[in-house]
Design a protein around this ligand. Structure first.
Ligand code: ATP
Ligand code: MG
Length: 416
């Protein structure tokens, strides 16, 4: 019980005091049984949502129609959900109805996997484990509660969750659970891509992302939402997965590493948007994909590396380096020292904060027009591009005087 925050214990004690059944449920029980510190603590109770609202001073009705309210206890948010069961799933996405229940076992039986279908009451240290969750944790197995075929047909996201949990926990899929995936892919196809993305991100950021991705491909799930990878040649897919495993735990970096040798920049962006990533994330992944193959720059002069910096932006140097490193480590380990030297050069150039774009020039647009003796016109754009190229070649040129001189010479040349 040492793991359980006091505010959570307070909420449980209060509901018990009022005569309600109350338990911790879901991921936190799984984590406590495996002796891992839980991320968050979910409380389930026989009390109806109105009764929960009445039992505490500060309550937010977060998802009251589904029976969830958030209790604000000593500055902590504690989610309390009424025991429920679910009606029929008509569309493979959400139940047609939910019903509140008095019995914890009814609530546990709607849950996805045995290891997620345990409840724990810290007041009398009672573990409710009707489906053998503890044994499956011991055996390191992801197993559906009840018939896998039925459970996957109810909610098409579950097979992906099974693979995700296997990757995150380093577990295997129980045979019946694994075998039910191919037959229920049609239901998985109907799942909203936002939900798919959430699970994919957890899988990509798990310690066994490589085997998780492999399992995704083998099960046929990958074909549905990432055909670009599913259709890749076996060797290329294997390398991409290994590179993901070698990359740090950042979603943009891992996604870019996964896609870098399979698609180009525009396709990478399309994939990001298709999977409902925020536009910012899709753009960054696309940028990283475009610049992932840095081997060709190993011998390049500083000016070329400053041009790379101009395209990346200084803030993207770190993720770029992470992508380049992971990819080379897996594809050409021999080239790693040279690529590390390249990265060090790029970082040193970035640290010097060189002028990279028009806004970094020692001359403003107004200065440029005055020097040329012209008003706003296309020639100003051309002149600006000329100056930016000049300072990318040699940042020491970036003083007002020098740029003015160069500008005049350029103008005279252009006039002839
Ligand atoms: P994590 O540590 O990744 O958050 P979690 O077990 O808390 O793991 P959640 O997705 O937060 O996973 O779900 C909380 C609980 O709700 C699960 O443990 C499971 O009991 C139940 N659950 C969530 N999604 C489903 C689903 N699609 N079908 C059935 N039960 C589900
Ligand atoms: Mg959770």
């Amino acid at each position: 019980n040492a793991d359980i925050p006091q505010p959570v214990l307070d909420v449980i004690a209060r509901l018990r005091e009022l005569g309600h059944a109350v338990y911790l449920v879901g991921g936190c029980v799984r984590d406590m049984v495996r002796q891992v510190h839980p991320k968050d603590f979910d409380v389930a109770t026989s009390a109806l949502p109105q009764e929960v609202q009445g039992a505490f001073r500060k309550v937010i009705p977060t998802g009251i129609q589904h029976g969830t309210v958030t209790v604000l206890q000593k500055g902590t948010h504690v989610e309390v959900t009424t025991f429920r069961s679910e009606g029929d799933y008509l569309d493979g996405r959400r139940p047609s109805s939910v019903a509140f229940e008095r019995d914890i076992v009814k609530d546990l039986s709607r849950r996805d996997f045995t290891i997620n279908a345990m409840a724990y009451n810290p007041l009398d240290r009672e573990l409710v484990d009707p489906f053998g969750g503890q044994a499956d944790l011991q055996a390191q197995l992801i197993r559906c509660v009840g018939s896998a075929q039925e459970r996957f047909s109810e909610d098409g996201l579950r097979p992906l969750r099974a693979v995700r949990f296997a990757a995150v926990l380093g577990f295997s899929l129980d045979t019946a659970t694994r075998d039910a995936i191919p037959a229920t892919l049609a239901v998985f196809r109907k799942v909203a891509l936002e939900r798919v993305r959430e699970e994919l991100v957890k899988l990509l950021l798990s310690p066994r992302a490589e085997s998780g991705l492999h399992l995704l491909a083998d099960s046929g799930l990958l074909d549905v939402f990432l055909p670009e990878l599913a259709c890749a040649e076996a060797r290329a897919a294997e390398t991409a997965r290994a590179a993901v495993q070698a990359a740090p735990l950042e979603v943009e970096v891992r996604l870019a590493v996964l896609l870098a040798d399979l698609v180009d920049r525009p396709r990478a962006r399309d994939i990001g948007l298709r999977l409902k990533f925020p536009k910012k994330v899709a753009d960054l992944v696309a940028l990283l994909v475009e610049h992932a193959k840095a081997e060709s720059l190993v011998e390049a002069p500083d000016a070329a590396l400053r041009r790379l910096l101009a395209r990346l932006g200084l803030a993207q140097v770190a993720p770029w380096a992470a992508v380049v490193r992971a990819r080379v480590r897996v594809r050409q380990p021999d080239a790693l020292p040279a690529v590390e030297a390249l990265i060090a050069r790029v970082e040193a150039l970035a640290a010097a904060k060189p002028p990279l774009s028009a806004k970094d020039l020692a001359l403003t647009g107004g200065d440029i027009m005055a020097t040329l003796g012209v008003g706003p016109s296309p020639v100003v754009g051309e002149a600006t591009r000329f100056l930016v190229e000049s300072v990318l070649d040699d940042p020491s040129l970036n003083t007002a005087e020098t740029l003015q001189q160069r500008l005049k010479a350029w103008h005279a040349q252009a006039a002839r």
